[in-house]
Write a protein that binds this ligand. Sequence first.
Ligand SMILES: O=c1nc[nH]c2c1ncn2[C@H]1C[C@H](O)[C@@H](COP(=O)(O)OP(=O)(O)OP(=O)(O)O)O1
Ligand SMILES: [Mg+2]
Length: 202
Amino acid sequence: MPEQRLVLASNNAGKIRELGDLLAPMHFLVEAQGDLGVPEAEEPAVTFVENALIKARNAASHTGLPALADDSGLAVDALDGAPGVQSARYAGDGASDADNVRHLLDAMAGIPEAGRSAQFHCVLVYLRHALDPTPIICHGVWAGRILTEPRGEGGFGYDPVFWVPGKDCSAAELARSEKSRISHRGKALEGLLGSLRGRATL
Ligand SMILES: O=c1nc[nH]c2c1ncn2[C@H]1C[C@H](O)[C@@H](COP(=O)(O)OP(=O)(O)OP(=O)(O)O)O1
Ligand SMILES: [Mg+2]
């Protein structure tokens, strides 16, 4: 089968790595939007699904290619779901992963272990073209707990402070393949690939 080009509507190197791994067995030639000159989209919405649609449509309209976007983040129960869709800019515009992690640990100072439950969410949107009226939309959730100090060198974002129950380590201490098997992103992509396989045309 010939390879179908697909633009990944993300500028996050960690996501691009993980999505690339997971898409490798499919007949896609995956290209990151940054390599195709796609300008970054604003993410003005209050839901992951709306932001993911905006990012996918932006990439599809600038390239004329099918596009896959990922809008994701961390929801902490003790913070009423924050940082949520603000996860990437929790410590302010242009914040680094380390800045955001520190801001989160400060916001949760003094909260005991039993009150530190949290979930990662990932919404993936696949558009065949910018005006595709039937996007594929998949949502994956990963439940865990927020540590009091970072642990591990792998992954990205909030992985060093996300404790994975059942694995007894942080998400940053998991092998990349193991994280992808159980993560919010891995689960969302599993759903997406199932929907794509059921379609006559990609
Ligand atoms: O598996 C994950 N492990 C750790 N942290 C994670 C993960 N998945 C999302 N996150 C965090 C990173 C960022 O703080 C926010 C996503 O924000 P989000 O706007 O979707 O992505 P982004 O701005 O980094 O890249 P882009 O919009 O170009 O795809 O949630
Ligand atoms: Mg973003």
